[in-house]
Design a protein around this ligand. Sequence first.
Ligand SMILES: Cc1cc2nc3c(=O)[nH]c(=O)nc-3n(C[C@H](O)[C@H](O)[C@H](O)COP(=O)(O)O)c2cc1C
Length: 359
Amino acid sequence: MAKTNSPIQIGTHTLRNRITFAPTVKFDFTDDSGMVTEKLVSHYVERAKGGCGLICVEATAVTPGGRFGKNHMGLWRDEQIEGHKLITEGCHKHDCVVIIQLNHTGYTSNPECGPAIGPSGIQWQGFRGEYTTIEMSPDEIQQMQQAFVDAAVRAKKAGYDGVQFHGCHSYLINQFMSPATNFRTDEYGGSAENRARFCAEMICRVRELCGPDFLISVRTSGYDKDLEDAIAVAEEYVKAGCDYLQVSTGLTPIDDLAPFRGGKVSGVQSLGAYFHEHFAGRVPVSCVGGLTEPEQIHYLLENDYVDTVDVGRAILADPDFAAAVIEDKAYTKCLGCKACQYGPFTAHKCPAEMIRQRA
Ligand SMILES: Cc1cc2nc3c(=O)[nH]c(=O)nc-3n(C[C@H](O)[C@H](O)[C@H](O)COP(=O)(O)O)c2cc1C
């Protein structure tokens, strides 16, 4: 318990505790403009008030072409900055560090928004069926990096404490780092160092433009093509100046991964624990995945298996979850039904949210 509620320094920022709100897209909270809405502002401010040490605002598109769909928040133009200021000001009032996740969907871009581009031209099987992706030219790689860097500069202007590069869950940065999807023969393909280069160069440029106090994080894939290779890529990110690694899944299934130290840590959580063991204090590391019980959160932190825990659905279900864990209070529990993920596309609503609203 003591560890969960203890401060931690990340970059030059101090988090009041070890519970962070994982980036979780609210698919139906904006429209094709990608602008921040009042609904998005209150969504994040409510969760800052609810006790998180850090909020990572959801995957935010760096170009209109790199979106999940037409209702995906963006930071691809200056007009979008003002709305983000309301999120950062609101979260800061509650002593919460707030960063924003920058993303391009790459091969998985919604065809209504843009083409399926990425490191290589390959056959891709996505939830929209099978199709051939388009290999980015060296010029297109540079333009894409510039779009990420420009978005980071806008994030700084909007008052964010930092940015997070979305480097997992099969999106563009993950596609570059994974040997399963990157078959390039230039300096962006081949060795782990080369596959990390797309993101590592962006980290360096953001550091140059945004300064030493701007927190730079990567949410990286912990398993592409295996643990060792994913760690070798993350080493490049740290060398480039990454302050904080959040570790999640990538393009390779983790079925072969042995649970960290015996079984009480789930497969996805184990990725973060293995990274934490490897980096051994050189950079703070978090884990994620199914953290809906205070006992498991305390177990991971008290045993020093990770530096912070990244909580998604439990905080969607109850914005006060972090305070409840720290103060040992009752909370409305996430039932793991995935209505938050698929609800916007179906009639399902989060039952925990409905229970809370009725109370
Ligand atoms: C509704 C929803 C939206 C998500 N959006 C993002 C996102 O924007 N960026 C990201 O890296 N992960 C995203 N994820 C994954 C979560 O951050 C997290 O890794 C995953 O839900 C597992 O953690 P949990 O069991 O605590 O929810 C999303 C998950 C959900 C359920």
